[in-house]
Every structure is written in C-alpha cells, then in structure tokens.
Design a protein around this ligand. Structure first.
Ligand SMILES: NC(=O)c1ccc[n+]([C@@H]2O[C@H](COP(=O)([O-])OP(=O)(O)OC[C@H]3O[C@@H](n4cnc5c(N)ncnc54)[C@H](OP(=O)(O)O)[C@@H]3O)[C@@H](O)[C@H]2O)c1
Length: 379
C-alpha cells in the first residue's frame, strides 16, 4: 500500500521505548512530508562509537522516549513538501543530524541523540523532529538535506568520476565536525596547523580535513605507534609531521617550534585530557596573531597561559559542530578532488549491519575507533 506521496503506508524502524529496555524493530507509519521538510529513504546511517551508551543510559544524554534513534545519514529523497524548490525524489542527499530552529538557530540539537541546551531545542526535538535515521524512512527539515553530484562522485574514474561507493560518503559526517572548527579559524592553504590529539576519531578527521584544505599539519598524540599509522594512511603525507605528547610541556613545545612558523592550533581532546600538556605546548609554539580552535569535550576548566595569549594577539574560538554552509563547502572539497574518501583518503567502512543487528552495530562502533574506521547501519 502506498500513500498519495508514493510512500509506503508502513515502514520498519528501530524503536527505543526506554533506556532500561532493549530496543525493538517495529512496523510503524511512514512519516509524510510537510511544509519545510522532505521524507528520505535511508541508505546508510552513521553510528557513533558511544551510541550504545546513550540509548542504554550509561551516558546520560537527554532525549524523549519513545524514539527512533540515529545520527547523520546518506539517503535518497523519497517525497518532498510543497515548498521544496530544488530537491526532488531520487536525489542523493546527506542528512545532517544537527537540527536548528528556523526563527532562532541557536536553539540547536542532535536529532534523536541529545535535545540540546535550550528550552527551544528541547521543544523542537520533543514535538517536531524527533525520530531519525535508524528506519527505512525519516522526515527531515529541508535545511538538513544537502544534495550531491552523484554522477561525479560515483561514476568510474575512466568516466570522469571519482569512483566512490555510496557507503563511503557517510564519512562526511565525521569530517564535518573538525571542518567546522577549521573554517572558524580561517585555515588557509599553505599555513601550518597543530592538531592535537590527532589519533582519535575526530582528531584524525581534523588531520584529513586540514590536509585537504592545503595546510601543513603537525599531528600530536601520546602513542608513537598511532602517529606512525596516521602518517601511513593519510593522503598528502609529505605535508604531515608528527610530534609525540611526552608529558614534558617545554620539550614538546621545542619539538613543535622546529617546524617553523605555526599559524593555528586545533584542539579536540577528550574530557580526560583536560590537564594534558599538549594544550600549553601547542599554544606556546604559535606565532604572533595565530588562531586556536577549541573543540575538545572538556568538562573540567582548562588552565591556559593567558599572559602569552594576550601578548601574542592569539584568537581563541570555541565551536560546537559546524555551520550549515560548511556542509555544502565540504562536499565541494570532495566533489572537486582535494578531500578524498575511502582507502586513498584514510577512511574505510569496516562493517555494515541491518536494523535487527542493533546490538552488534553498537559493539562494532565502540571497537572500531581508529582513524577513518566506520561502522554503518543499513536499514
Ligand atoms: N566540539 C564539538 O562539536 C565536538 C564534536 C564531537 C566530539 N567532540 C569531543 O571531541 C573529543 C574527542 O572525541 P573522539 O570521538 O575523537 O575521541 P576518541 O576517538 O576517543 O579519541 C580521543 C583522543 O584523545 C587522546 N587522549 C585520550 N586521553 C588523553 C589524555 N589524557 N591526554 C592526551 N590525549 C588523550 C587519544 O589518544 P591516545 O591514543 O593517546 O589515548 C585520542 O587521540 C570528545 O571529548 C568529544 O566530546 C566535540
């Protein structure tokens, strides 16, 4: 049975009814497009490494129940609302998971994961865009859908394409996070940036994005082995240098300075790295007037050398996620070649699962967290 939109009346979806009960695959009504939205058929939905912790309550993320979980995805437009002027059924799109209020974009939240930090974002998630991508279909705001040049991306190289598999496009979701911070600090081709720590999921993606933007990158990390793996996997290895975090702030700063003038520092440390020496090593190594992007997930206050920051005219930018305009710009970097996906770009799809395998999906995502590794849900 299909509705007037051509959509089936029912679809399969994973439903989380409570944090203490296992989710179940259910047959539920297919959402309908409304003004300002489209319904998309999900091809590949992303999985974050701690997704299982969120939906089982181990990580206390606020979200309403029942809910269809999910994050970003690659999808095809299935039906559009009456005010759509560009997208049409069949278009291949990136589904952005960061939903913003139309009349107050500061009210923003991560669909189906976290209702955000304002009363407005909580209201929007609870009442409007709540169910997300671990389903055959989802309804998404038009602003959250960015179309691809599918022919260019997926045609063979002999046919002037890039030869990508559609599943490989899902890595855009990870790349976008550091790209938001790198854009904020106006990283330019030919400049030098420190990325630290560079050996985790988002740090590795920051290295890949900064290299694609034409920068020279100094990657810092505690594990020399992980830094060596990074060097082997990235495209443009001739522009990547590594400096281990040894715990000796001044010595590491000295190693950084051996690379000459440094224009920027991108930090993406996890909560436990709040007192890591890399933060000061990197700041003291920066040139006068350099920029710092702070995207780390610190929960404790971080001690910063304010005297040096002041005298050096450093500019510090905090960033949560990215701007909407960053999405189309990042996709252009891929379509036009500098930002590479798949093995040649340092990323790989390590596993794909169906909805019934939600448990295996969460476990695989938690296990595969080194540079560019991706686990995908294929509903
Ligand atoms: N601002 C935003 O919008 C945004 C978005 C997404 C994520 N984040 C935040 O980014 C952070 C990193 O996320 P992720 O998924 O990339 O994490 P991840 O994959 O677990 O990577 C963590 C990185 O930090 C290093 N590390 C761990 N403990 C450390 C310590 N005590 N001192 C120095 N380095 C340490 C790890 O290297 P080792 O091999 O040395 O352990 C690894 O390179 C999280 O806190 C997250 O909340 C922010």
């Amino acid at each position: 049975m299909t509705s007037g939109t051509g959509l089936p009346e029912k679809m399969r979806a994973l439903v989380v009814t409570s944090r203490s009960e296992p989710p179940t695959v259910e047959v539920v009504p297919t959402p309908k497009p409304e003004v300002g939205s489209a319904v998309v058929r999900i091809l590949y939905a992303n999985v974050v490494s701690y997704m299982g912790d969120i939906y089982t309550g181990k990580r206390q993320y606020p979200f309403p129940t029942p809910i269809i979980p999910g994050t970003s995805a690659i999808a095809r437009v299935a039906a559009v609302g009456p005010d759509t002027t560009k997208l049409k059924p069949g278009d291949l799109v990136f589904v952005d998971t960061l939903v913003r209020s139309r009349d107050n974009p500061g009210d923003a939240y991560l669909a189906a994961l976290h209702h955000g930090f304002t009363a407005g974002s909580e209201k929007l998630m609870t009442n409007v865009y709540r169910d997300w991508t671990w389903a055959e279909y989802t309804r998404a705001p038009l602003e959250n859908l960015t179309d691809f040049d599918e022919k260019r991306l997926t045609s063979s190289i002999s046919d002037a394409g890039l030869g990508y598999q559609i599943s490989q496009l899902a890595y855009i979701s990870t790349l976008l996070v550091p790209y938001g911070g790198l854009r904020d600090i106006e990283l330019q081709a030919g400049q030098t940036i420190i990325v630290a720590p560079a050996t985790g999921q988002f740090g590795g993606a920051a290295v890949l994005a900064a290299l694609a933007m034409g920068a020279r990158v100094i990657a810092m990390g505690r594990s020399k082995t992980s830094l060596e793996i990074l060097k082997k996997r990235v495209p443009y290895p001739e522009r990547l240098f590594t400096v281990p975090i040894t715990g000796d702030m001044l010595a590491d700063c000295g190693e950084l300075k051996k690379h000459g003038q440094i224009d920027a520092f991108f930090d993406i440390g996890p909560a436990e790295a709040y007192n890591s020496t890399h933060i000061k090593s990197a700041i003291y190594a920066l040139r006068h007037g350099a920029r710092v992007s702070l995207m780390g997930g610190y929960r404790e206050d971080v001690a910063l050398p304010l005297g040096y920051i002041m005298h050096s005219n450093l500019r510090l930018y905090g960033k949560w996620m990215y701007e909407r305009s960053d999405i189309a710009d990042l996709i252009k970097l891929i379509e036009n070649g500098p930002l590479k996906l798949g093995e040649k770009g340092g990323s790989s799809v390590v596993a794909e699962f169906g909805l019934e395998q939600w448990k295996e999906t969460w476990a695989a995502a938690a296990e595969n967290t080194t540079l560019g590794e991706q686990v995908l849900m294929k509903p």
